[in-house]
Ligand binder design. Structure first.
Ligand SMILES: Nc1ncnc2c1ncn2[C@@H]1O[C@H](COP(=O)(O)OP(=O)(O)OP(=O)(O)O)[C@@H](O)[C@H]1O
Ligand SMILES: Nc1nc2c(ncn2[C@@H]2O[C@H](COP(=O)(O)O)[C@@H](O)[C@H]2O)c(=O)[nH]1
Length: 209
């Protein structure tokens, strides 16, 4: 049984649509599953329109390395030449308060979290095929040809690790992927202490009536 808030980790190769699916999920689902999004730290340069503290905490390499040194990260990984990591304090505090937290991270980091917090729900978002994955990254228009090639190389390795996740969800369409994730989250919520305590309480009350 789980006593804290639920930790949901959505992972998968760059460009598969994690951010798009997460935003659609949060937009359609906020009354039901009230997830808090954990903002990651990174040493990557901001893309046009990205806001510090909302999309990422944009840090210098030395600042990121200080966070590693001070053990302030739940997980971190070096991905295509930059650091990415999840600030530990936010996840710890929120889940301890019984709140559900949502991480959107790459595969090396997700597997570190799985080792540290095995009660989390680990979902791998998979592309329909590699050609479609590449065309999504290219059409997004945020990365150079060289970076796209590195991300695709990384994707080939990441796809081999999908069996280590609790669930694999294909992102063939955003609506379908959101519905699949909602079904998973509905089922996972039924396993939480919070739900079980409420249901047991209501059975006990019925017995007294
Ligand atoms: N089901 C889908 N069908 C077609 N295009 C999609 C689908 N899902 C996402 N996309 C598009 O693919 C591109 C990449 O999506 P997104 O940025 O959400 O991926 P990501 O996995 O969050 O990437 P990264 O890990 O690099 O941040 C975007 O242009 C998005 O609009
Ligand atoms: N291990 C972690 N990976 C993270 C984190 N935040 C984001 N990411 C992933 O990095 C890649 C590249 O992201 P991009 O914004 O440069 O396209 C992508 O797969 C992200 O999901 C994190 O905290 N830890």
């Amino acid at each position: 049984m789980k006593s804290k808030g639920l930790l949901v980790v959505l992972s998968g190769p760059s460009g598969v649509g994690k951010g798009t699916v997460r935003q659609a999920l949060f937009a359609t689902d906020h009354d039901k599953h009230q997830f808090l999004y954990s903002v990651s730290a990174t040493t990557r340069q901001p893309r046009p329109g990205e806001v510090d503290g909302e999309d990422y905490f944009f840090l210098k390499r030395s600042e990121f390395e200080q966070m590693i040194e001070e053990e302030k990260l739940l997980e971190y990984a070096e991905y295509v030449g930059n650091y990415y990591g999840t600030p530990l304090e936010y996840v710890q505090e929120m889940t301890e308060q019984g709140k559900d937290v949502f991480l959107e991270i790459e595969v090396q980091g997700a597997l570190q979290v799985k080792r540290r917090m095995p009660d989390g729900v680990f979902i791998f978002l998979a592309p329909p095929n590699l050609r479609e994955l590449e065309s999504r990254i290219v059409n997004r228009g945020t990365d150079s040809e060289e970076v796209i090639a590195k991300r695709m190389q990384q994707a080939r390795e990441e796809l081999q690790l999908m069996t280590q996740y609790d669930y694999v969800v294909e992102n063939d369409s955003v609506d379908k992927a959101v519905k699949r994730i909602q079904t998973i989250l509905d089922a996972e919520h039924l396993k939480t202490d919070r739900f079980i305590d409420n249901i047991v309480e209501s059975y006990l009350q019925e017995g007294e009536e």
